[in-house]
Design a protein around this ligand. Structure first.
Ligand SMILES: Nc1ncnc2c1ncn2[C@@H]1O[C@H](COP(=O)(O)OP(=O)(O)OP(=O)(O)O)[C@@H](O)[C@H]1O
Ligand SMILES: [Mg+2]
Length: 252
């Protein structure tokens, strides 16, 4: 089967105004992801993880290099086609949720489908199903500022996958969550990966969350430093991740 994600020599340079120093946030990154892979991205703060997700998802443009998702070269898509492609094929769980305060949780989750003019009955069914899946069905009519961080996180995850995206990007989806909520979210991402065969790329600092992935890509200074593959034994993978993180900290 063809790769779901192909990344070739991806480079992103942020040029600041007024002659400030430029930052090379991504430096010739290349990798591929097969359909249905569950990949963790780890690395120190400032190593380029969020930049990588933003460039892969089309939120931001690379300086050079190529991103091909589900056979579509991202830089070849025109503006409107890109907007559609992102809405239909890509889910993004943002670290700060990005829920709209003026909409209820249910409306937030339904939004991508409403924009796509899906029949109201189908929207209702899909959104209800997902809210139940994420354990927030009783919060359907609450506004984001009336629910907890963990509940917002679940709503953000539900919105990201409501369109059944081929690829889901998640930036620290367990950041700032208690361990019960973090375990819930990871269980749901795993279920989504296994039952819906979504390809998932998740940025995390948390070795526990990372242990759910099948592969981890470690990034340092905008470059791929190391990749490891799980044998399927989550505890063993967790120990391996801890060991690598401690070695990397020692080197830093
Ligand atoms: N919009 C921007 N303009 C200029 N520089 C930026 C911008 N966004 C990020 N950077 C810089 O690019 C580098 C990579 O940032 P990025 O946000 O991708 O890191 P990260 O690995 O996600 O870090 P963290 O773990 O703290 O979230 C950093 O040096 C950062 O300061
Ligand atoms: Mg980040």
């Amino acid at each position: 089967m063809n790769d779901m994600i192909q990344v070739e020599n991806l480079t992103k340079v942020y040029r600041s105004f007024k002659g400030a120093k430029e930052v090379k946030a991504l430096d010739q990154i290349s990798f591929t992801a097969a359909p249905g892979e569950f990949i963790g991205i780890m690395g120190p703060s400032g190593s380029g993880k969020t930049t990588l997700l933003n460039v892969l998802s089309g939120v931001d443009h690379p300086t050079s290099g190529e991103v091909i998702i589900a056979g579509n070269a991202m830089d070849k898509l025109k503006r409107d086609a890109m907007a559609l492609f992102r809405r239909r094929k890509i889910g993004y769980v943002f670290q700060d949720f990005n829920l709209l305060d003026s909409l209820t949780l249910k409306e937030n989750i339904a939004l991508p489908l409403i924009l796509d003019r899906i029949a109201p009955k189908e929207i209702e069914q899909r959104v209800d199903e997902l809210m139940a899946f994420f354990g927030i069905a009783d919060l359907a009519n609450k506004y984001p500022y009336h629910v907890s961080g963990g509940q917002k996180q679940r709503a953000a995850a539900a919105r990201a996958i409501v369109t059944n995206p081929a690829v889901c990007f998640a930036d620290e989806p367990t950041g700032n969550l208690d361990s019960k909520s973090a375990t819930d979210i990871m269980g749901m991402l795993t279920q989504m990966n296994e039952e819906r065969a979504s390809t998932i790329l998740m940025v995390t600092h948390d070795p526990f969350a990372a242990s759910y992935c099948k592969r981890i890509i470690f990034i340092k200074d905008g470059q791929i430093n190391l990749q490891i593959q799980s044998s399927g034994d989550r505890k063993a993978f967790f120990d391996k991740i801890l060991e690598i993180l401690s070695v990397m900290r020692g080197e830093a």
